[in-house]
Design a protein around this ligand. Structure first.
Ligand code: ASP
Length: 318
């Protein structure tokens, strides 16, 4: 049902596997709403969170997810680690591997770093965001939110707006929503589109009115200034005027369109603050709630296979 050792990206996941994660997540959404949230699914297992880049939602929800499932969870403060003394990523990984973790959750500023690390350890690795590459659990939690709100995850028109070029969230969402046969529209100034994006089967425009027309879902992205090495927009004021989501622009989408944002938000830059807080349109808080459930489901599914993978490794080594 979910024959993977790691969760490194949406790339490589088949539609039924995505559905398997989302279906299991539903059970965890219900569990998380109970007063007693504790389960024994990961009891005895050790989960280490290594975040080499700042995070609020992702780190907190992976930590809660592991604790609610009964794992021994350790979150490393990577700023204070030996990486600062010059240790390489691989040496850090091998050191941790020697302590026999079962699950490693890794965020890293470089695309591909998490895949590299996964090839060096003998536990399950979950990618919590690597550079501009992928952020699979974000796309899964977005998918769960959409499926719950729209009653399905196919044949929807999804507009993804803003800084696509620097966004791993956009990339993972394009892969997932495409795999589930949705219509994807990217709305961005040409400077914020990655090269080669037209090969992903998406529609592209730099006009919000055109892009939002008939959309079921409007997904806004943060301007990722930390990944910009120059001026990509004339000014934030001008950007909000053309690409910031407000009531007037949203009126072009379907009447029941939902508004999403992965956070952290720049209010007044890519989204109007009042709209972001409007519980009739915005599902931003629900995305956060779904994040915990999706991460519980992902770790649960990976842990089910772990023993079998390790036995296979042992046979290969003999
Ligand atoms: N939190 C998301 C990420 O880590 C989105 C963002 O930072 O804008 O990619």
């Amino acid at each position: 049902m979910f024959p993977h050792r790691h969760l490194l990206g949406i790339e490589g996941l088949k539609a039924p596997e995505i559905t398997t994660i989302l279906d299991l997540s539903e059970a965890y959404v219900a569990q998380n709403r109970k007063t007693n949230k504790h389960l024994d699914v990961l009891t005895g297992l050790t989960q280490i969170n290594m975040f080499f880049e700042n995070s609020t939602r992702t780190q907190a929800s992976f930590e809660l997810a592991g604790k609610r499932l009964g794992a021994d969870v350790m979150s490393m403060a990577m700023q204070a680690s030996s990486i600062k003394k010059g240790e390489t990523l691989i040496d850090t990984a091998l050191t941790l591997n020697a302590m026999h973790p079962d699950i490693l959750v890794v965020r890293h500023p470089n695309a591909g770093a998490v895949n590299l690390l996964a090839s060096k350890v003998n536990c399950s690795v979950l990618n919590a965001g690597d550079g501009r590459h992928e952020h699979p659990t974000q796309a899964l939690l977005d998918a769960l939110t959409i499926r719950r709100r729209k009653g399905r995850l196919h044949r929807l028109t999804v507009a993804i707006c803003g800084d696509i070029a620097h966004s791993r969230v956009a990339r993972s969402n394009i892969l997932l929503l495409g795999q589930m046969e949705n219509r994807i529209r990217l709305i961005a100034p040409p400077t914020l589109l990655p090269s080669g994006i037209d090969q992903f089967g998406v529609e592209i425009t730099d006009n919000m009115e055109e892009g939002l027309k008939g959309a079921d879902v409007v997904m806004m992205l943060r301007l990722q200034k930390e990944r910009m090495d120059g001026a990509f927009i004339p000014s934030e004021r001008e950007y909000f005027h053309r690409f910031g989501l407000d009531e007037a622009k949203l009126a072009h989408a379907k009447e029941d369109a939902i508004v999403m944002h992965p956070g952290p938000m720049n209010r007044g830059v890519e989204i109007d603050g009042t709209l972001a807080d409007d519980i009739n349109r915005s599902v931003i808080q629900e995305q956060v709630e779904m994040g915990v459930a999706v991460r519980m489901a992902a770790m649960d599914l990976l842990a089910r296979n772990l023993k079998a993978w390790r036995m296979r490794d042992a046979e290969v080594m003999v």
